[in-house]
Design a protein around this ligand. Structure first.
Ligand SMILES: *Cc1c(COP(=O)(O)O)cnc(C)c1O
Length: 235
């Protein structure tokens, strides 16, 4: 039987190979283990295998897991769509939010983040594929939103995030990831948020780790390749 430990090793090996192929330091690519739909025990198993950062998509499920695993000192990233009436628990239970695509959500997170906590790390989600149905700001609106978010006191703008359309076309995927990289470089050149802290490109999932790392991903968000197909136990 394949364990979470085995799968984590395999994913780390993929990241390392992709980084080396791109002439990048493998340590410059963070692995976010996406544990949505999996029980706290699966997260505990991954943590025992050395994984420290986890991603969740659903507010209540995520908050429950964070509570259950409080003693492990893990870092939690909210990566799902966020409705404005659910911002408060996210603002206070999570360390990062990746999918900011509206100023209103960012303003609420900033206002609700407890003073006793460090600023909440956030990424702006960009719709790099131009699909009507996907969330994310249009590429030409990213700079304006980034500027506004960077001015909010209880948030720390860290970079950009994207979810390209599903495709087996590697060249197309690379062009989507390259667009995100170029947008972040432009933000840094314009001095938005202060260049040193604008250090994050959150891009790449189980099926497209390699093109994302080739285009500069600093966080890949990987669920299936670590925990198994959602709705089915790993094995
Ligand atoms: C579910 C999810 C992932 C992980 O996807 P896998 O294909 O299971 O690796 C990454 N990012 C986001 C935003 C997700 O919702």
């Amino acid at each position: 039987m394949t364990t979470i430990d085995d799968r984590l090793r395999a994913v780390r090996a993929r990241i390392e190979a992709a980084a080396r192929a791109a002439g990048r330091d493998p340590a410059s690519v963070g692995l976010l283990a996406v544990s949505k739909t999996w029980p706290a025990e699966a997260v505990r198993e991954a943590a025992a295998a050395g994984q420290r950062t986890f991603g969740e998509n659903y507010v209540q499920e995520g908050v429950d897991k964070i509570e259950a695993l409080r003693g492990l000192g893990l870092e939690w990233h909210f990566i799902g769509p966020l409705q404005s009436n659910k911002t408060r628990p996210v603002a206070n239970a999570f360390d990062w939010v990746h999918g900011i695509d509206r100023l209103k959500i960012a303003e609420r997170l900033s206002a609700q983040r407890d003073e006793s906590l460090p600023p909440l790390n956030v990424c702006i989600q960009v719709n790099v594929s131009g699909e009507d149905s996907k969330s994310g700001v249009a590429p030409d609106e990213a700079a304006a939103l980034a500027r506004a978010v960077a001015g909010l006191p209880r948030l720390r703008l860290r970079g950009l995030m994207c979810i390209p359309e599903p495709t087996g076309d590697d060249a197309l995927l690379r062009s989507r990831f390259a667009l995100l990289r170029a947008l972040k470089a432009q933000l840094a050149a314009d001095g938005v948020a202060g260049a040193p802290q604008l250090d994050t490109l959150s891009m790449g999932m189980s099926h497209d780790i390699e093109p994302a790392v080739a285009e500069g991903a600093t966080i890949v968000r990987v669920g299936t390749a670590i925990f198994g197909e959602r709705g089915r136990p790993a094995g």
